[in-house]
Design a protein around this ligand. Structure first.
Ligand SMILES: Cc1cc2nc3c(=O)[nH]c(=O)nc-3n(C[C@H](O)[C@H](O)[C@H](O)COP(=O)(O)OP(=O)(O)OC[C@H]3O[C@@H](n4cnc5c(N)ncnc54)[C@H](O)[C@@H]3O)c2cc1C
Length: 239
């Protein structure tokens, strides 16, 4: 996915166009009993990855209707109005029944550090104890004036040399990393339920959020709006 102007990375993989910043939605976790076809009938499918279908929204509708025992009102598209009503009421716990997982590549440690503060999100992150940071990739802040980019790149090269030096002197990766910058990229996989995603996306796409996490969350929001519009349509990312 193209992050637009101001996004420059040192990675060879990026140069070859082999990856994007935010790769893709990995799937929804759902139980067989509440897995629906597009027309609202039980499709009986298990373990299939989610796509642009109303399945997670049907899970949420079924959960919400459990509170009122109003299953007889379930129709092909009844989830839309029902979910909007739940959100308006602040009755958001049924949204906890649908999950979304993302793999985020080439974000900075500065960005991922902010992301992992959301404790209800499940996180697995590239380790600097086990993965070497020789030739690490780095993010160039989008606010960096163009005339200073080369200078910034030189700084990163100096840090790469520092890291290399300490590794040569026998420091383990877990200790050589002490000289690494926040700009260093880090791969991370994050999972959260829709209620938590709504919360995260509200605070991290706001104008007050830092530009990099805002860019990442804006993309997540767009994907989720495509897959579960009734759950996310009321959230507007700041420009
Ligand atoms: C614009 C912005 C600037 C920020 N600046 C800083 C900063 O300068 N320094 C800094 O350290 N952090 C900063 N943060 C991080 C912020 O303080 C939170 O740690 C982060 O947003 C995660 O909070 P959360 O409520 O989403 O998630 P979680 O901490 O995962 O909590 C999830 C939800 O559970 C509830 N909850 C969790 N724990 C408790 C508890 N102990 N008591 C009561 N309710 C609880 C709350 O409703 C909370 O919203 C910033 C965040 C933003 C969005």
């Amino acid at each position: 996915m193209d992050m637009g102007e101001g996004w420059n990375y040192s990675s060879e993989r990026q140069a070859k166009g082999e990856w994007s910043y935010l790769s893709k939605l990995q799937g929804f976790r759902q139980s067989k009993e509440v897995w629906y076809d597009d027309d609202g009938r039980d499709g009986g499918t298990e373990g299939e990855f989610g796509g642009p279908s109303p399945q997670p929204q049907k899970v949420i509708e079924e959960a919400g209707r459990t509170c009122y025992l109003s299953f007889e009102n379930i129709e092909a598209h009844s989830h839309a109005e029902f979910i909007r009503r739940l959100i308006k009421l602040g009755h958001e716990s049924p949204l906890e029944h649908a999950y979304a997982t993302f793999r985020i590549q080439n974000g900075s440690r500065a960005m991922t550090h902010q992301l992992v503060r959301h404790r209800l999100m499940a996180v697995s992150q590239q380790s600097q104890r086990y993965v070497s940071e020789e030739h690490f990739s780095y993010v160039i802040p989008e606010t960096m004036p163009a005339e200073y980019v080369e200078d910034y790149r030189r700084d990163m090269e100096v840090i790469q040399e520092m890291y290399h030096k300490w590794r040569q002197r026998g420091l383990k990766k877990e200790d050589a990393r002490f000289v690494l910058p926040n700009a260093c990229t880090s791969e991370i996989m994050v999972s959260a339920n829709f209620r938590e995603w709504r919360h995260i996306l509200q605070v991290r796409t706001s104008k007050k959020a830092q530009w990099e996490i805002r860019n990442a969350c804006r993309q997540i929001l767009e994907i989720l709006k495509g897959l579960a519009p009734d759950c996310f349509e009321d959230i507007a990312a700041a420009e």
